[in-house]
Design a protein around this ligand. Structure first.
Ligand code: UTP
Length: 290
């Protein structure tokens, strides 16, 4: 049986340029979908999958994230004094226990691969998960839980994948598939952001990964790839001769909240699954569709 996944890395040091000016002073991962920030969904998904240690790779202007996962004494006190005890209970319910959460800083946004490498001392020599909070996934059970179940069967490196229209391959890491049972696709190679005509498939990697610790040996080379960034995809591709690599088709819907339309759609989808909101949201949408 594959070794258990106990730790997760949350890279949150990107500049979020596609969402300016919203992300000028506020991290993209703090953008709310309905009533909670993106990063909270990711942490809750990880916790539901059995993750015990949460490692954030932060950068400048990211202190709001640290504050979000800490007590706010003034707020809790004033809620308590005004008798809003349910709200206090709710705030405390998802707070990681002391020592469960740690932060490291990526001083320069040199790419996702570099951000993950910055977490190496917190991870040590065990397999771990990586979650990109701006890829928000509506699923039950959560995407990472589904992936960990699949990982127990095949081990190695497992990433979440979905089929994208061929004209969009330029935005993703793409699998060069050797076998595919419609659920797990084994890859013999990966290509970061290929042109549609060069893409070996349309199976694209989205923001959930289960990685073996040997990825850090590859990332340590600090090789730059597409966009002059240290790419996680390139490092994963180099592990393939040593470590099996599978793409996992999860059951659920993923929203790219790093762009405006994906973010807007996520707000609609996440409010439509809430019994207390869906009627009113349907009315609002029809008002603007006339
Ligand atoms: P993106 O590719 O979405 O980049 O990063 P970005 O900088 O956040 O956003 P845009 O493209 O400028 O709008 C994917 C994930 O990797 C993290 C981001 O925070 C995001 O969660 N990341 C990216 C880092 O932590 N460090 C980096 O150097 C790059």
């Amino acid at each position: 049986m594959a070794q258990a996944i106990r730790k997760a890395v949350f890279p949150v040091a990107g500049l979020g340029t596609r969402f300016l000016p919203a992300t000028k002073a506020m991290p993209k991962e703090m953008l709310p979908v309905v009533d909670r920030p993106l990063i909270q969904y990711a942490v809750e998904e990880a916790r539901a999958a059995g993750i015990e240690e949460f490692v954030f790779v932060t950068g400048r202007a990211k202190s709001a994230i640290e504050d979000h996962f800490d007590h706010s004494f003034e707020l809790e006190r004033s809620l308590t004094e005004s008798g809003k005890l349910e709200a206090v209970k709710e705030l405390r319910a998802w707070m990681p226990a002391p020592g469960q959460i740690s932060y490291t800083r990526q001083q320069m946004p040199l790419g996702l691969g570099h951000a993950v490498w910055c977490a190496r001392n917190h991870i040590g020599d065990e397999p771990f998960a990586v979650l990109l909070a701006d890829d928000l996934i509506l699923a039950g059970p959560g995407c990472l839980e589904q992936m960990i179940n699949a990982y127990q069967e095949v081990g190695g490196n497992v990433v979440a994948v979905e089929d994208v229209p061929r004209e969009n391959t330029l935005q993703y890491g793409i699998l060069d598939v050797v076998t595919d049972d419609g659920y797990l696709a084994r890859a013999r190679g990966l290509v970061e952001k290929p042109k549609p005509e060069d893409a070996p498939s349309t199976l694209s990697i989205i923001g959930r990964y289960i990685l073996q610790p040997n990825i850090f040996d590859e990332l340590a080379m600090q090789q730059k790839g597409k966009g002059n960034e240290i790419q996680l995809t390139d490092a994963m591709a180099r592990t393939i001769p040593k470590t099996p690599f599978h793409g996992f088709r999860f059951d659920g819907t993923r929203f790219d909240c790093g762009n405006r339309f994906g973010y807007l759609e996520a707000n609609i989808a996440f409010s439509m699954v809430r019994e207390d909101m869906k009627d009113r949201v349907t009315q609002i949408i029809s008002k603007y569709s006339e």
